[in-house]
Design a protein around this ligand. Structure first.
Ligand code: ADP
Ligand code: ADP
Length: 232
C-alpha cells in the first residue's frame, strides 16, 4: 500500500523557482495497477522520483505499508528502498555485463550468498521468459527482451511496489502488449502493487485499475479507468 499526502516539490529559487508538484495526494491499494498520465512537463517524473526516494519532497509525506518515509535514518531508508523496484523507458541495463549479472546486481549489492543468487536469478529469468539468454549481453537483445531483463532485475529483491517510468514508450505496439502482459503477471502471481507513469492513453486503458490525470503539478482527475475515460 502506497500513500502520498499533499506532496509539494519546488526546484530552484527566485526567478528560477519551479513548483513541479503542487499538493499531490494518492492512495494505491495492495495489488492495484495504478496509472498516472499527463503531458510532458506535467510532473510525472518528479512524482516517481519522490516515491522511489531519489528525491525528497519539499513538503508532504510518503507512506509505504504504513511506514512514513520522511522521518527515517539512512539505514532505515536503505531498508525501505528495497521494497521498491523500478523499470525505465531506456531500460538502464549495464551493457558490459551479461543478462545474468544485470539481474544479479541488486542481490550482489545486498550481499546475498552466491548460491542464493544463482537460484534466484534463474527463477527470475524463467519468470520473464529469458532462461535461454542468461549469458548474452544487452546489445544482443531486442527492446522487449531488454525490458524483460529490467523487470527481472527490479523483482530481484522482492519489492512490494514496482514503479514503471514510461516503461513501454520505447517499444513498438506488439512488444508493448507483451510487456503489459508480463506486468499483469507480476501483479496477479506475485501480488505486487504497480505504479505506472506514462503519456500513452492505451497503456492506461489496457492494464490499469485506476488512473490519475496530472497537469501542471496537480491531479485534475482520478478514479477508475472506466469512470475517468468514459465519454460524458
Ligand atoms: P514530466 O515527467 O511529466 O515530463 P517533470 O516531472 O520532468 O514532468 O517536470 C515537471 C516540471 O518540473 C517541469 O516544469 C520541469 O521543467 C521541472 N523540473 C523537473 N526536474 C527539474 C529539476 N531537476 N530542476 C528544475 N526543474 C525541474
Ligand atoms: P522526463 O520528462 O522524461 O523526465 P526530461 O528530459 O524532462 O525527461 O528530464 C530529464 C532530467 O532533466 C530529469 O532528471 C529532470 O529532473 C531534469 N530536468 C527536467 N527539467 C529540468 C529543468 N527545467 N531544469 C533542470 N533539470 C531539469
Amino acid at each position: 500500500m502506497l500513500v502520498l499526502k499533499d506532496i509539494h516539490k519546488v526546484y530552484g529559487k527566485d526567478s528560477k523557482r519551479v513548483e513541479a508538484l503542487k499538493g499531490i495526494s494518492l492512495e494505491i491499494g495492495q495489488g492495484e495497477i495504478f496509472g498516472v498520465i499527463g503531458f510532458s512537463g506535467a510532473g510525472k517524473s518528479t512524482l516517481i522520483r519522490c516515491v522511489n526516494l531519489l528525491e525528497r519532497p519539499t513538503s508532504g509525506e510518503v507512506f509505504i505499508d504504513g511506514v512514513n518515509l520522511q522521518h527515517l535514518t539512512a539505514s532505515q531508508l536503505r531498508k525501505e528502498r528495497k521494497k521498491i523496484g523500478m523499470i525505465f523507458q531506456q531500460f538502464n541495463l549495464l551493457n558490459a555485463k551479461t543478462v545474468f549479472k544485470n539481474v544479479a546486481m541488486p542481490l550482489i549489492i545486498d550481499g546475498r550468498p552466491k548460491e542464493e543468487i544463482e537460484k534466484r536469478v534463474n527463477a527470475l529469468l524463467s519468470f520473464v521468459g529469458l532462461s535461454d539468454k542468461a549469458k548474452q549481453y544487452p546489445d544482443q537483445l531486442s527492446g522487449g527482451q531488454k525490458q524483460r531483463v529490467g523487470i527481472a532485475r527490479a523483482l530481484a529483491t522482492d519489492p512490494h511496489i514496482l514503479l514503471c517510468d514510461e516503461a513501454t514508450s520505447a517499444l513498438d505496439p506488439d512488444t508493448t502488449q507483451s510487456i503489459l502482459a508480463l506486468l499483469k503477471k507480476v501483479r496477479d502471481e506475485l501480488g505486487i502493487t504497480i505504479l505506472m507513469i506514462t503519456h500513452e492513453m492505451n497503456v492506461i486503458r489496457d492494464i490499469c485499475d485506476k488512473v490519475a490525470v496530472i497537469d501542471g503539478g496537480v491531479i485534475v482527475e482520478q478514479g477508475s479507468v472506466l469512470d475517468v475515460f468514459s465519454e460524458p
